[in-house]
Design a protein around this ligand. Structure first.
Ligand code: GLU
Length: 552
């Protein structure tokens, strides 16, 4: 019996050959230098920051080079599959504007290199495994879990590198006849790749981020097909896929780097050119003075849902990631404020060689800037959309009177240095609630009085203002009136004079304005008081001032 007989016994119905598939998925017709990248998540849970980080690099390098960015669903580990994970991945990519050029979703396939779901590619993998068996580079292994555990224990006691290699690779020495007999006897088996490496040899591996590395050759006979469902393992499936989908660049977490030697070996076994690799750094966070890896379990910001729930604009999250993807992104962005992040030329060698530090404060800053540049209509639209899913109360506020809401968020927006106090849509309600009587009167609030705290004095300021000076016809008139009131009540209307002789006055115009502001909003810090007063209107201002005076 020959290897061919063995291959036919295992895959009796596989008739297509590698050559057939090469023809079916020919080299892509793309301009010179175009990069084909892929995001290849396993649908095993929520989408996390590290995933978006990788997808963003994939997207940028493909767009930079007029290439193709595709999504592949790596679902061969059925036991770890989580329902809804694929929907979430697709949602996140779309939300962040990283929609792939090719993908399969919702029974729709876009692109000519599919299926893009690994579990639908079983026949293809089998053809490739069949070929490896025929040429003697793969074999069935009948060792069960107990035997493998025992082997590992022995290796550990003998202080030998663990794994199915060298003399431990017992089934690699079975003859074809023995293997065929065992299969015919109904023994369970997996398929292993027959490695031809020597662990003591090093070979040169060029990682686009880390440069030239010297890695040990692989000598482990890795499992490439599991016995359950005859599905391939990641190690094998992605070799076939990256080749047939004509991937030029693989961007994946650096936790895969130790497996690279076996992947390279598999590409070689088929005579395929391996893609270029960018192994990405871990995403780190600051904790006190030290840095640690962002944890999917411990850190809420590791989940992409965190950013959507809080209402960060998608672009803010993208830009915050771009700043850690390439150290020169920020400088470039400052010099080219109107360009899109896809116009930036990504360089793998400008990625951090250690971990990538993700800083939420930085995200806030970036986000504040982005929101400050939105027009009132844009911010209205974005915040309304967000509120529909995440905040019933903001939604009610907005829908009650959209024009009023737009005017509120427009305060200090159209000016050279627009306000920058909103970093996410969930900040808004807390910044504007006092503009609404129904909320204002029903809310537990503390009046943040500053210098003037005496109730009688406050009352006097408010009544004098209401009786004689309130005038919102124009900002200059409004302020002038406040100054006139200061003169009447013994406060300095002129700051210079006040600074010269503070003892001559009860306080100054800023102290008086603060009383007007706090009495109206309860807050000592608000955007422009004149605009707030104009929007609330004289009637309602008076109502609020009178109420306070009654409460005193
Ligand atoms: N499915 C693998 C993972 O989720 C993908 C690794 C790769 O991009 O090749 O880690």
């Amino acid at each position: 019996m020959t290897n061919k007989d063995l291959a036919n016994l295992i895959f009796p119905n596989i008739t297509k050959t590698i050559e057939d598939y090469e023809k079916e998925y020919p080299k892509r017709n793309l301009p010179e230098g175009a990069i084909v990248s892929r995001f290849a998540p396993s649908p095993t849970g929520f989408m996390h920051l590290g995933g978006l980080f990788q997808a963003l690099i994939d997207y940028v390098i493909a767009k930079n080079s007029n290439g193709v960015f595709y999504l592949r669903n790596e679902d061969t580990d059925k036991s770890r599959e989580v329902e809804g994970a694929v929907e979430l991945i697709m949602h996140v990519l779309n939300h962040y504007g990283l929609t792939p050029d090719e993908y399969e979703f919702d029974s729709k396939t876009i692109g000519n290199y599919g299926p893009y779901i690994q579990s639908e590619r079983k026949e293809i993998y089998h053809a490739f495994i069949k070929h490896l068996i025929e040429i003697g580079r793969a074999y069935p292994c009948f060792c069960d879990k107990n035997e493998l555990d025992l082997m590992r224990d022995n290796q550990e006691t003998m202080k030998i590198r663990t794994g199915y290699h060298g003399r431990f690779a017992r089934c690699s020495r079975l003859t074809v006849d023995e293997a065929i007999q065992k299969i015919k006897n109904g023994e369970k088996y997996v398929i292993r790749f027959r490695s031809n490496g020597n662990f003591d040899n090093k070979f040169e591996f060029d990682d686009l981020r880390q440069g030239k590395l010297y890695l040990n050759e692989n000598d482990i006979d890795e499992v490439i097909m599991k016995s359950e469902n005859m599905l391939p393992t990641y190690h094998f499936a992605h070799i076939v896929d990256d080749h047939l989908m004509r991937t030029t660049h693989v961007v994946r977490g650096e936790d895969w780097l130790p497996s690279a030697p076996k992947h390279i070996q598999m590409f070689e076994a088929f005579g395929f050119e391996a893609p270029k690799y960018i192994h990405t750094p871990l995403i780190m966070k600051k904790e006190g003075e030290s840095l640690r890896k962002i944890s999917k379990r411990k850190d809420p910001e590791a989940r992409m849902s965190y950013y959507e729930e809080l209402g960060y604009p998608a672009l803010a999250v993208i830009e915050s990631l771009m700043t850690i993807i390439n150290s020169n992104y920020e400088e470039w962005h400052t010099a080219n404020p109107d360009k899109k992040f896809t116009d930036f030329t990504f360089s793998a060698d400008k990625m951090s060689t250690s971990g990538a530090l993700y800083d939420l404060m930085k995200l806030d800053d970036i986000s504040k800037n982005i929101i400050s540049k939105m027009t009132k209509d844009e911010l209205y639209k974005e915040s309304l959309n967000w509120s529909i899913t995440y905040s019933e109360s903001l939604k009610n506020i907005i829908e009650k009177d959209p024009e009023y809401y737009k005017n509120i968020i427009n305060i200090e927006r159209v000016q050279e240095k627009p306000r920058k106090d909103i970093s996410k849509y969930s900040d808004i309600e807390n910044l504007i609630w006092y503009m609404y009587d129904d909320i204002f009167y029903n809310k537990e609030k503390t009046y943040e009085w500053k210098k003037i705290t005496d109730k009688k004095e406050i009352s006097k300021i408010l009544s004098t203002y209401m009786n004689k000076y309130i005038d919102l016809s124009d900002k200059e008139v409004w302020f002038n009136n406040i100054k006139l009131m200061c003169d009447e009540l013994g406060y300095a209307s002129n700051m210079k004079e006040y600074k010269k002789n503070p003892e001559n006055f009860k306080g100054n115009v800023a102290d008086v304005s603060t009383v007007l502001r706090v009495a109206l909003t309860s807050k000592s810090m608000t955007p422009d008081l004149y605009e707030i007063m104009s929007l609330i209107g004289i009637e309602k201002i008076k109502e609020r001032y009178n109420k306070i005076r009654e409460e005193f």
